[in-house]
Design a protein around this ligand. Structure first.
Ligand SMILES: NC(=O)c1ccc[n+]([C@@H]2O[C@H](COP(=O)([O-])OP(=O)(O)OC[C@H]3O[C@@H](n4cnc5c(N)ncnc54)[C@H](OP(=O)(O)O)[C@@H]3O)[C@@H](O)[C@H]2O)c1
Length: 252
């Protein structure tokens, strides 16, 4: 039987890391990228290997689309060497940063930084990797609850994620003939390093979100990785072109 392989961007920490572990626990091998945290990436490789799965960490700045051709060639070569395969099965576009700035004070540099990583990066990395994604494969793009509800300070960030949600529908339409499904997973506020770790470390923000959440607490990475793994399971094969929110019921 062919070994299933996932490629996750930004899995050295947070939601990407949790997803990598949840997939490895389900018998899936993982290629993942990191940006700055080489030690964290190496630790995750060891953790996945301890689960009996193959794992490879690659450095990539998803905001630098000129690196994508070389990255694609690197992935292709690794697939041949380590798996004797030409393609992988699941792409999870997860890498991201948060910038909290009021609309009136958002600089062009901040806008461009978010645009290059969250929109241009997702668009052209997916385009580059498309020949390496197997027919009947899956793509999950990570968005945010902030596209459904508005909180001050996230105009640029949420607009980028909104673009990813629209893009995902178009990808689902265009890749359908190859049997590839494309869905959006939109987490609510989760305790990670994201945005300087504010949701986790700022008691005021943490309590505010907990009060606005039906389940009465802020999310943790363990609330997300399993949802992504479930969306990638055989049982979820008919879900396509959808935005699925995992927020514990924020702002219902
Ligand atoms: N946490 C939340 O509340 C929340 C809510 C909704 C949506 N999200 C979304 O979920 C995704 C993951 O967020 P997280 O909470 O896991 O954040 P995180 O803990 O800060 O982790 C971010 C990950 O993205 C990588 N990364 C950052 N900048 C990058 C770049 N320029 N190129 C490539 N990789 C880069 C980081 O790599 P290094 O570790 O190597 O630097 C890290 O692996 C993001 O798309 C975010 O927008 C998060």
């Amino acid at each position: 039987m062919t070994q299933t392989i996932a490629l996750i961007t930004g899995a050295s920490r947070g939601l990407g890391k949790n997803t990598a572990l949840k997939l490895a626990q389900r018998g899936i091998d993982v290629i993942f990228t990191y940006h700055s945290q080489a030690d964290e990436a190496a630790a995750l490789v060891a953790e996945i290997q301890a689960l009996g799965r193959k794992a490879i960490a690659l450095q990539l700045d998803v905001a630098q689309s000129e690196q994508f051709a070389a990255f694609g060639a690197q992935v292709q070569s690794l697939l041949r060497t380590h798996w004797q395969r030409e393609q992988f099965d699941f792409l999870i576009n997860n890498a991201g940063i948060g910038i909290n700035a009021p609309f009136a004070e958002t600089s062009e540099a901040q806008f461009d930084q978010l645009m290059n990583l969250h929109v241009k990066g997702v668009f052209f990395l997916t385009q580059t990797l498309l020949p390496l994604i197997a027919d009947q494969g899956r793509i999950i793009n990570i968005s945010t609850g902030l596209t459904r509800f508005a909180l001050p300070g996230f105009a640029a960030y949420a607009a980028m994620k909104g673009a990813v949600e629209v893009l995902s529908k178009y990808l689902a339409k265009e890749l359908g003939p190859r049997g590839i499904t494309v869905n959006v997973l939109a987490p609510g506020a989760i305790e990670t390093d994201f945005g300087g770790g504010a949701v986790r470390d700022n008691e005021h923000i943490n309590q505010f979100i907990a009060q606005q959440t039906a389940l009465g607490r802020v999310g943790v990475p363990d609330d997300i990785g399993g949802v992504i793994a479930a969306l990638l399971s055989e049982e979820s094969r008919w879900i396509n072109g959808q935005r699925i929110e995992a927020s514990g019921g924020m702002f219902l």
